[in-house]
Ligand binder design. Structure first.
Ligand code: ZN
Ligand code: ZN
Length: 327
């Protein structure tokens, strides 16, 4: 067992700027927590938003990970590969009591709000947040559990049937995972994006189309899932959804957006927000579908090469970039 209070670790610490610290104390797990040795972590657009100051946060960045449990009062976890849900509710408010820790106003969120994240060699998390990764799922796949769970959350918030014509706007990391999640409904699915190369990655799961705002797709879809986070795409969504159709907002928007909602009123469009999801359906999907998510990985970098890793992750057209924290 690792004497967790006497050893130091490498950590990517954010305090207005990101830096690699090599002498950050390994965290000591509280009674209800486990200590996890982080194997792989994914760099996400939310990390970029934090680095750009959209969300105030000081501490170790990162929330997408897979690791090995090294200390835990529930012995069945020790030595197991695990992933962890990122929201930590207060446990006592009315939302937490209804199982909605993700919406607890006092919640902490791993690497995002009030809790050190996973761009470090070790991290602590409440044991109840942990899920053991089945043997069939590789580390490179398991690191997608958090964003894939966010993709599956759409199916919890909107009923999608086989007959529905569904469009996804945005062929990036999130759009690609949403394609894979929504395709399980067997609906009539189209991915609308900007890059041929990325659209190709989705062609086994849906129809694809290059985004052209002048194309006449008016009223063509029952459900439109917007995952680009830009207002032109949102307007486009309002145009291509049919009257009384549904638009799912899957991105956060940096700052205010300007648009006239009259069209949406006239068409009686339903707007549905969707954010984090539960991990179990994502893990089950990975285990049963055997879909190769590793095609969505651009490159894996050692933590020492974090600077080039972040440049790669946030370069135009990048898919998933991973950090390798420990062997
Ligand atoms: Zn993320
Ligand atoms: Zn709460």
């Amino acid at each position: 067992m690792i004497p967790s209070n006497s050893r130091k670790m490498k950590a990517l610490y954010f305090d207005k700027k990101l830096e690699l610290r090599k002498d950050y104390p390994i965290p000591v797990p509280a009674k209800n927590e486990a200590l996890i040795k982080v194997t792989l972590a994914g760099i996400c657009n939310t990390d970029k938003e934090i680095m750009n100051g959209y969300v105030p946060f000081t501490g170790i960045l990162g929330h997408e990970f897979v690791g090995i449990v090294t200390e835990c009062s529930q012995l069945e976890f020790i030595g197991k590969r695990a992933v962890g849900e990122i929201n930590i509710g207060c446990g006592v408010c009315s939302l937490c009591k209804r199982g909605m820790q993700n919406h607890c106003p006092q919640r902490k969120t791993l690497g995002i709000n009030g809790k050190d994240g996973v761009f470090s060699e070790y991290v602590t998390l409440p044991i109840e947040n942990l899920l053991i990764v089945p043997d069939e799922i590789s580390d490179e796949e398991a690191v997608f559990t958090e964003p894939l769970a966010a993709a599956f959350n759409i199916l919890q918030n909107v009923e999608i049937s086989k007959q529905d014509r569904v469009a996804i706007i945005g062929d990036g990391k999130l759009g690609q995972l949403i394609v894979r999640a929504v395709s399980t409904t067997l609906c009539d699915l189209t991915l609308i994006g900007k890059q041929e190369k990325k659209l190709e990655l989705a062609q086994d799961f849906c129809k694809t189309m290059i985004l052209n705002e002048s194309d006449d797709l008016e009223n063509s879809f029952d459900i439109v899932i917007e995952c680009t986070g830009n207002d032109a795409a949102l307007l486009f969504a309002g145009n291509i959804v049919r009257p009384k159709g549904t638009i799912v907002l899957k991105s956060t928007y940096a700052g205010q957006i300007k648009f006239n909602p009259s069209l949406w009123v006239r068409k009686e469009i339903r707007l549905i927000g969707s954010r984090c999801g539960h991990f179990a359906p994502a893990l089950q999907f990975m285990r049963e579908s055997r879909i190769d998510l590793t095609k969505l990985i651009d490159k894996t970098f050692l933590i020492d090469d974090w600077e080039i890793a972040f440049i790669t992750a946030f370069s135009k057209g990048a898919l998933k970039v991973l950090l390798k924290l420990t062997k």
